[in-house]
Design a protein around this ligand. Structure first.
Ligand code: COA
Length: 260
């Protein structure tokens, strides 16, 4: 599959999605959003791909936000639809059946922070800069930022960041829990690859159920989350993978998971 604004590749069961508009700091225009949707769906269906790394091309940016030249044209109806399309992409990423790691290699602003928020784990380069500067344009974040940022870093910090539009560096992003880890720029991709390799050694179905248990559980009161968790735990128990995983432990060997 070839794309205008993305590069994708598969290496050692990892699907790479690289946003490739470095001359526009990988800003998300409508076509890039469509292409991202397609790329994530294709990797989700691809049995050779066990996890995905999302990053930006070039030295400067992960994603410098939605494409401001397109935002300038929107009225109420088109703006609502634009936000809905961006949100659909973030929902797809967040609920993907395979783990998605964001390798944040520079500016992750506006929609860039929002896409990173939808990923399951975020690793940032020391050069990363994050934030929701939409209010500076007279806009608000519309790809899920107000919802996911508040859930991840708390309402108070989300209010501060979204209302000020302040851009924060990688260390502050890590201190507030917006990213999981900060590494030197040269170590970013290898850190992500090592993490992904650690993750994909585990049972694929267990990873899928764990993502669902956390994502859906977070949206419910504790009792509802626990019920869902028990249901998913039961499904995991009835999988071939759990028989293989527990047997392999008892036989002191590495498990050979099939994802069934
Ligand atoms: N949408 C469209 N184009 C963008 C963009 C965006 N979100 N962010 C950067 N670009 C473009 C610039 O217009 C410029 O294009 P040009 O060379 O054709 O003029 C190119 O990318 C390089 O950006 P530039 O501003 O020259 O780089 P810089 O290093 O001086 O500044 C930023 C980097 C990220 C601070 C600055 O580009 C910026 O503030 N971008 C907008 C961030 C934003 O508000 N995002 C949220 C949008 S809702």
């Amino acid at each position: 599959m070839s794309y205008e604004n993305l590069t994708t590749k598969k290496e050692e069961n990892i699907g790479w999605i690289i946003i490739d508009r470095p001359e526009k700091l990988n800003a998300l225009n409508a076509n890039t959003i469509k292409e991202l949707h397609r790329a994530f769906l294709l990797f989700e269906e691809d049995p050779d791909v066990k996890a995905i790394i999302l990053t930006g091309s070039g030295e400067k940016a992960f994603i410098a936000g939605a494409d401001i030249s397109e935002l300038a044209e929107l009225d109420f109806a088109a703006g609502k639809e634009y936000a809905a399309e961006g949100q659909e992409l973030t929902i797809l990423i967040e609920n993907l059946k395979k783990p998605v790691v964001a390798a944040i290699n520079g500016y992750a602003l506006g929609g860039g922070t929002e896409l990173a928020l939808a990923c399951h784990v975020r690793i940032a380069s020391e050069s990363a800069k994050m934030g929701q500067p939409e209010v500076k344009l007279g806009l608000i974040p519309g790809f899920g930022g107000p919802q996911r940022l508040a859930r991840l870093v708390g309402k108070g910090k989300a209010m501060e960041l979204i209302l000020s539009g302040r851009i924060i560096d990688a260390n502050e992003s890590c201190e507030i829990g917006l990213v999981n880890k900060v590494v030197p720029p040269g170590d970013l991709l290898s850190t992500c690859v090592n993490l992904v390799k650690e993750i994909i050694n585990n049972g694929p179905l267990a990873l899928e159920y764990a993502i669902e248990a956390i994502n859906k559980g977070m949206e419910q009161v504790l009792d509802g989350g626990l019920l869902l968790e028990a249901e998913l735990f039961g499904k995991a128990c009835s999988s071939e993978d759990s028989k293989e995983g527990t047997k392999a432990f008892l036989e002191k060997r590495k498990a050979n998971f099939k994802g069934s």
